[in-house]
Design a protein around this ligand. Structure first.
Ligand SMILES: [Zn+2]
Length: 73
């Protein structure tokens, strides 16, 4: 099982939020359109100008960290 699915199941965190945090932690993200690697904080792909993942990932990161620390919201 991929790590993000294990974390998702263990802590009851939506998988897309876990993936967002993994992208932020890795410092890079793959373009959903052309698969080019981009820095995780970019809004648009530097190769094809497609919109990359939303930048609300800082909120997701805080949400996941709180879940990992056992806090309920
Ligand atoms: Zn692209």
């Amino acid at each position: 099982m991929p790590e993000e699915h294990m974390i998702s199941a263990m802590y009851r965190i939506p998988v897309d939020k876990v993936k967002a945090v993994q992208r932020a932690a890795s410092g890079k993200t793959r373009c959903p359109k052309c698969s080019s690697l981009n820095p995780a904080n970019r809004r648009y792909c530097r190769a094809c100008k497609a919109k990359l993942y939303p930048v609300e990932e800082e909120n997701d990161r805080m949400y996941v960290l709180e879940k990992l620390q056992g806090k309920e919201d």
